[in-house]
Write a protein that binds this ligand. Structure first.
Ligand SMILES: N[C@@H](CCC(=O)N[C@@H](CSS)C(=O)NCC(=O)O)C(=O)O
Ligand SMILES: [Fe+2]
Length: 255
C-alpha cells in the first residue's frame, strides 16, 4: 500500500464545499477497500467520485447525518452514477427515503471498521451522529459544531432536545475523541470532545442560558431551505432546482 494513504488501515479524507461550508467525510478500509461517504454535496459528486476512485476504494454506503436545509445532498446522484451496490443511509426518524434507515445504536460496517449510530435530535428530529470508536472520532453533523451547534429555529428544532442530546450522547464520549462537524464557517476543521466541553460558548452554559442563546441567534434562514429540504427527503434526486436537473441529466448521459 502506498504510504500516506492510510493509518492503521484507515483511509480518511475531509472534503469541503466552499458554497455551503459543508464537510463531507470519506472513510475507507485500506485492506478490503470498502468505504463510506458522510454528507456528500450534490454539486461535488464528481469530485467525491474521483477521490474514491483514485484511492482505489469501493463505496458501500453514502450516508447523511440529517435532512440538510442548506444544500442538496449528493447521495442520489452518487448512487445513480456508481450503481445499485451503493446504499443510501439516513435515520428512520428523519422521515426521508433511503435504502437503509437507521435507529439509535445501530452499526454501519465497512471492512474491519464500524460506525455506531447515536440519535441526537434537536437541530432536526432525525439527526444522528456517527461514532467511529476505532478512529476515536465522532461525525456530529449539525448537532455539535466547533464552538457552536446547529440552529433550532426550523425543521422541528428544539433547543432543549439538542442540549440533552449533546450532553448525553456526545459529551459522555472520551475527551480525546475528535469532533468532525458537517459545517464550519470560520475555517476550523476539527475539535475534540474535551475542547467542546471546555470552550463551547453555548454548551458550557446551563439549559436556560442555552435556550436564550438559541432564541436570539438572529441567523437568516438558509438560502436553499425551501428547495433543499424536499429534495433531500428523496436523496436529492427529485424536485431539484432547474440548474441541478441539468447536472442530473448530464450524469445519466455519461453512464
Ligand atoms: N448562511 C447559510 C446557512 C447557515 C446556517 O444556518 N447553518 C446551519 C447549519 S446548515 S442547516 C446552522 O445550524 N448554523 C448554526 C450557526 O450557529 O451558525 C446559508 O444560507 O445556507
Ligand atoms: Fe442542518
Amino acid at each position: 500500500m502506498a504510504s500516506g494513504l492510510s493509518n492503521n488501515g484507515l483511509v480518511f479524507r475531509q472534503l469541503f464545499d466552499r458554497e455551503s461550508c459543508t464537510y463531507t467525510y470519506l472513510l475507507g478500509d485500506a485492506e478490503s477497500k470498502e468505504a463510506v461517504l458522510i454528507d456528500p454535496v450534490f454539486g461535488l459528486a464528481q469530485r467525491d467520485r474521483s477521490v474514491v476512485d483514485e484511492l482505489g476504494l469501493n463505496l458501500k454506503f453514502v450516508m447523511n447525518t440529517h435532512v440538510h436545509a442548506d444544500h442538496v445532498t449528493g447521495t442520489g446522484i452518487l448512487k445513480q452514477t456508481l450503481g445499485k451496490s451503493v446504499l443510501s443511509v439516513i435515520s428512520a426518524a428523519s422521515g426521508a427515503n433511503a435504502d437503509v434507515k437507521l435507529n439509535h445504536s445501530d452499526n454501519i460496517s465497512f471492512g474491519k471498521f464500524s460506525l455506531e449510530v447515536r440519535g441526537t435530535p434537536g437541530h432536526t428530529n432525525g439527526c444522528v451522529c456517527y461514532v467511529f470508536h476505532e478512529g476515536r472520532m465522532v461525525f456530529t453533523g449539525d448537532t455539535l459544531l466547533i464552538r457552536g451547534c446547529g440552529r433550532t429555529d426550523f425543521q422541528e428544532g428544539s433547543a432543549e432536545t439538542l442540549y440533552n442530546s449533546v450532553k448525553t450522547q456526545l459529551f459522555e464520549l472520551p475527551e480525546d475523541y475528535l469532533v468532525y462537524p458537517a459545517h464550519d464557517y470560520k475555517g476550523m476543521t476539527c475539535s475534540s470532545v474535551g475542547e467542546e466541553k471546555k470552550y463551547n460558548p453555548r454548551l458550557t452554559k446551563d439549559l436556560d442560558t442555552f435556550k436564550s442563546i438559541m432564541d436570539n441567534l438572529g441567523l437568516p434562514y438558509p438560502k436553499m431551505l425551501d428547495k433543499a429540504v424536499p429534495a433531500n427527503k428523496v436523496c436529492g434526486l427529485y424536485n431539484l432546482p432547474p440548474e441541478m436537473e441539468e447536472v442530473l441529466s448530464g450524469s445519466k448521459n455519461n453512464n
